[in-house]
Design a protein around this ligand. Structure first.
Ligand code: GRF
Length: 201
């Protein structure tokens, strides 16, 4: 059974993490979450993981160089024999040490149809504000392989949602988030069942 390491944001809400844990509990994902790693104690995502009985680890970024942070993070991941790293709300660029050691074994979920509305500074609500301002008729979400550039690695899968002119930013955000949960679960399920072999191309 593949072992997942989920990295969440400093103040991560954790809805994608919960979608993964629920899918594991339901038997849709034949894998297990070995560890959830965040950078700030008390993040809702970490609390939710702990409540679900999953091991949580805090790897702080303050007063650490990128290399030092990378070293501690990599150690926390390798120590738990993680096969696949899932970024779920993780906002930072991963240290090179991690992307190199886990090449093709790290995926991220992004709330737009990359390469549209991606890159440094394009995250969270900002993405949906930009989508709304652009007037386009569809958006969606992307699971991509993570390398050492923001939102850059190969696209694994995307899911589209419609945008209507009457939609508020909140409407768009909610619709995309629902699509994220199902896309991320589908991709992880495919990886864990061997339909998409690791390392991903
Ligand atoms: C999601 O919109 C994801 O696409 C982005 O960060 C958000 C995380 O949400 N990378 P949650 O913490 O999983 O609820």
């Amino acid at each position: 059974m593949l072992r997942l390491g989920v990295l969440v944001g400093a103040k991560g809400r954790g809805s994608n993490l919960m979608a993964i844990l629920n899918a594991i509990a339901a038997g849709t994902i034949p894998g297990q979450v070995a560890v959830v790693i965040g950078s700030l104690k008390g993040a809702p995502a970490l609390e939710a993981a702990a409540l679900a009985g999953v091991e949580t680890v805090v790897v702080g970024t303050v007063n650490r160089t990128d290399d030092e942070y990378g070293e501690v993070l990599l150690r926390a991941i390798t120590k738990r024999d993680v096969d696949l790293i899932v970024l779920a709300g993780y906002m930072r660029r991963l240290p090179d040490m991690v992307t190199t050691n886990y090449a093709g074994r790290i995926i991220n979920i992004h709330p737009s149809l990359l390469p549209a509305f991606g890159g440094h500074g394009m995250y969270g609500r900002k993405v949906h504000e930009a989508v709304r301002a652009s007037g386009i008729a569809e958006t969606g979400c992307t699971v991509h392989v993570v390398d050492n550039e923001y939102d850059h690695g190969a696209v694994v899968a995307q899911r589209r949602v419609d945008v209507s002119p009457d939609d508020s930013v909140d409407d768009i955000a909610a619709r995309v988030l629902g699509a994220e949960h199902s896309l991320l679960v589908d991709v992880i399920s495919d990886i864990c069942s061997g339909l998409r072999p690791l390392p991903l191309a």
